[in-house]
Design a protein around this ligand. Structure first.
Ligand code: ZN
Ligand code: ZN
Length: 414
């Protein structure tokens, strides 16, 4: 038997445990930096498989280490957090959990991004590796990261001394479940996920009675003109072949029909792939908003707050080639070149902290029959629930088997 078949021989043995862990995590989702139960379950499973486990890195982060002689050190990373979404999948193990958010309001919580798939699959991979010690040499570092959705979990682990507390990897590997047919595996060298920036812009006007616009500088009109003007950043200032997204996701102003308010607040989200384009778009936003405020005769300059920032995910060519070769050996025609994604991730901060290469791939989680039907009807966008949708519900299999197998075999030469 070669190393692939030896490792895969253990798959039947770990599958029931992986499925049970998945259903359990799915029914008990936790928001970012509060993944205490999830982290505890993962740590317990890793310890039982023989890993040396460190808990509480960056709050709830967990790292398990298993060494079998000298050889490469490979870090496998999964994120653990759920989202403030009300699950509407109708599954028997659907979440009914709630949590009090940062704003003090109780909200529903669900694994609408599939991070439960990532944790369960990675625990399964860790167990497979532990069961087949004869086929590999080196060190496996299993890392479970908190709070990916808020973009601060990787940083929390790094600021808590991650690089001094765990072995330095030669490469970092990670995966995400996406709305492609279950069984699909997608790799991509170079740019894969966008950088993301969220901004808050406060426009200052002068409030007055709704009947007396001559006494006011109306921030509602100023905000409306900004929203329209900002549409031209991507459409008129970037080349048609330069991908970028600019969304004004929130606009708030005023309290009633007969009062002109004194301020308006816009919240914007920007997605880019190239640092120079990112700078260009952020500068264009500031230039246009300041000019609109000046044009309106605003009494004060607008204010700009940077709410969050995700780095771009740019996969290392050699690491991606190695992983793609390994996947071709076990998934055959299931392996594809993944499309460029406008989603974002903080995963790359971890390899950046160690100064090592990484590659990040995706696996499908959608029922293949549902996907095929939607494809035939031309209704994939409407009928296939995407990540963060209340109806996002990966099918158990072959999604979990694919995730378990991919992470375990990614760095094993066939
Ligand atoms: Zn997400
Ligand atoms: Zn996610």
């Amino acid at each position: 038997m070669n190393s692939v078949t030896t490792v895969l021989a253990g798959l039947d043995g770990v599958r029931p445990g992986v499925e049970a862990l998945y259903r359990d995590l799915h029914a008990h989702p936790e928001l970012g930096l509060r993944e205490h139960r999830t982290a505890g379950k993962a740590a317990e499973a890793l310890r039982a498989a023989g890993y040396a486990v460190t808990e509480g890195i960056g709050g709830t982060g967990v790292v398990g280490v298993l060494t079998r002689g000298s050889g490469p050190t490979v870090m496998l990373r999964a994120d653990m957090d759920a989202l403030p979404v009300k699950e509407e999948t109708g599954l028997p193990y659907a979440s009914t959990a709630t949590a009090v958010g940062a704003d003090g309001v109780e909200q529903p919580v669900a694994h609408a991004c599939g991070h439960d798939v990532h944790v369960a699959a990675l625990v399964g991979s860790a167990r497979l590796m532990a069961r087949a010690p004869e086929v590999w040499r080196g060190t496996v570092v299993v890392l479970l990261q908190p709070s990916e959705e808020n973009g601060n979990g990787a940083r929390a682990m790094i600021e808590d001394g991650l690089t001094d507390r765990v072995p330095r990897p030669d490469v970092v590997l990670a995966q995400h479940v996406l709305p492609c047919p279950a069984g699909y595996v997608g790799t991509r060298a170079g740019s894969f996920l966008s950088a993301a920036d969220s901004l808050r812009v406060t426009l200052h006007g002068r409030g007055a009675h709704g009947s007396a616009p001559q006494a006011a500088v109306d921030p509602v009109v100023m905000a409306a003109l900004c929203v329209v003007r900002l549409q031209t950043v991507v459409s008129r200032e970037l080349s048609a072949t330069t991908p970028a997204v600019l969304t004004v996701g929130s606009i708030r102003s005023g309290t009633g029909p007969n009062v002109i308010p004194d301020r308006a607040v816009l919240e914007l989200n920007v997605r880019t792939y190239d640092p120079a384009v990112r700078e260009q778009v952020l500068a264009a936003i500031e230039r246009m908003v300041r000019a609109e405020a000046r044009a309106a005769g605003a009494p004060r300059e607008p204010e700009f707050e940077h709410l969050s920032s995700f780095p771009p995910t740019v996969n290392d060519q050699d690491a991606t080639d190695t992983v793609t070769r390994a996947f071709a050996a076990c998934f055959g025609r299931g392996v594809h070149t993944a499309d460029l994604q406008t989603a974002s991730e903080d995963m790359s901060e971890i390899p950046a902290a160690f100064g090592v290469p990484y590659t990040y791939w995706c696996i499908g989680g959608t029922d293949p029959v549902l996907y095929e039907d939607a494809l035939r009807r031309g209704t994939v966008a409407q009928d296939v629930p995407v990540n963060h949708s209340p109806r996002f519900a990966p099918v158990l299999q072959p999604t979990l088997d694919t995730g378990v197998t991919a992470a375990a075999l990614a760095w094993l030469a066939p």
